[in-house]
Design a protein around this ligand. Structure first.
Ligand SMILES: [Zn+2]
Ligand SMILES: [Zn+2]
Length: 374
């Protein structure tokens, strides 16, 4: 999922507080002022909206391709071609992408962008909005370090632009080779990068923090796909089942209980592994698993991805009954998907999840104290 390396923003993004300087500055915030965007920014914003609309097909590929072309073509040439109407002579630029580039160069809001901005907005019910307003961060998201489509800086710029105070960077662990999971060495490198990006963010005067983390695989025997000393270094650990989802019920229950009871695990990710309409939920004893989540202070994730929406309603009700903690997470693999939390907020509102039991309504320091104690 996602398109590796597409959504970069330069380090200069931190030094320029205007929303248009980030990948994801919501244009709506600008309140009718004239929007100056470079072709690169306009294309990035289109890609953001396509990701938000969960559009990964032909259109998304065309805009990603156009972005590569714009980044490798001298700006003088782009301007000349826009004036002579020969942008489409460039390999990788079609009619739609050429129009966006030409609009941006002419200082107009690209018509295509305006349309996709409006069409891709994620709806939310008034009851769900109460939950969304309470959220201060996102505890589960990916970057180009594993199978995400955007670098950490771009994810952070977007998280900031949508009002978060923090995000937890949770790329996959090594066992998930298909997702380019991180081994200890690469995780250590990522921790250095997170520290550097946090320093840049602070130097630019933003009150936003990237917390370290990982979405660590729960292996077949219930052990975790990362050494204890690395797990200890992380601020927040999400543990998820990604393999052998059809395991026999009793074994799956034991496997999940092991992970839930681990002192390193803070959040149980997408507990059933279901894919709506494609893959049934895995089977486990929800009473045991959610009782353990409550006992060991492991939050049950409400995964917001539209194809997951995990746990399903009936299991969410069981988790509420056991008095579990929850975390409403986007599991974003691209900047636009960070805007999926309304889906989980609506679900939480519908089932009556107590807002005070949702860990990402806490300020970052309180969350860190909670994970340290949990
Ligand atoms: Zn996962
Ligand atoms: Zn994930």
């Amino acid at each position: 999922m996602g398109r590796r390396g597409d959504c970069g923003v330069g380090a200069t993004a931190w030094r320029t507080p205007s929303p248009t300087d980030t990948v994801a500055g919501p244009l709506g915030q600008l309140g009718g002022t004239i929007v100056e965007m470079t072709p690169e920014q306009a294309l990035l914003r289109v890609i953001h909206c396509l990701d938000r609309a969960h559009e990964s097909g032909f259109k998304a590929k065309a805009f990603a391709r156009a972005l590569d072309v714009v980044r490798t073509t001298p700006s003088d040439e782009l301007t000349e071609r826009a004036e002579a109407d020969t942008l489409t002579d460039l390999d990788g630029i079609g009619a739609s992408t050429a129009a966006v580039i030409a609009d941006a160069l002419a200082g107009r809001e690209p018509a295509y962008l305006a349309k996709i901005e409006a069409e891709s907005r994620v709806p939310i019910t008034p009851a769900g909005q109460v939950y969304r307003d309470a959220l201060r961060g996102d505890c589960h998201l990916h970057s180009t370090w594993s199978d995400g489509g955007a670098p950490i800086e771009a994810m952070a710029a977007t998280a900031m632009a949508i009002g978060h105070e923090y995000m937890v960077q949770t790329d996959h662990s090594a066992r998930l080779t298909i997702a380019h999971g991180l081994d200890e060495q690469r995780l250590a490198e990522q921790l250095d990068q997170i520290a550097a990006v946090n320093a840049d963010i602070a130097a630019a005067g933003h009150d936003f923090r990237i917390l370290s983390g990982m979405e660590v695989d729960i292996l077949v025997d219930g052990s975790l796909d990362l050494a204890d000393e690395m797990l200890e270094r992380l601020d927040v650990v999400v543990a998820s089942v990604h393999s052998k989802l059809r395991m026999e019920r009793g074994q799956m229950t034991e496997r999940m209980l092991m992970a839930v009871a681990s002192p390193h695990v803070d959040i149980l990710g997408h507990c059933t592994g279901r894919m709506v309409g494609k893959r049934p939920p895995s089977e486990f004893d929800a009473d045991y698993v959610f009782a353990a989540c409550a006992q060991f202070n492991t939050a049950v994730e409400i995964n917001c991805r539209p194809e997951r929406l995990d746990p399903p309603r009936e299991l969410l009700d069981v988790a509420i009954e056991y008095g579990c903690w929850f975390s409403i997470d986007s599991d974003a693999h691209a900047t636009g998907q960070l805007e999926w939390q309304p889906l989980g907020c609506d679900r939480a509102a519908e089932r009556g999840v107590p807002i005070e039991r949702i860990i990402n309504t806490m300020p970052a320091d309180d969350l860190l104290a909670w994970t340290a104690a949990a």
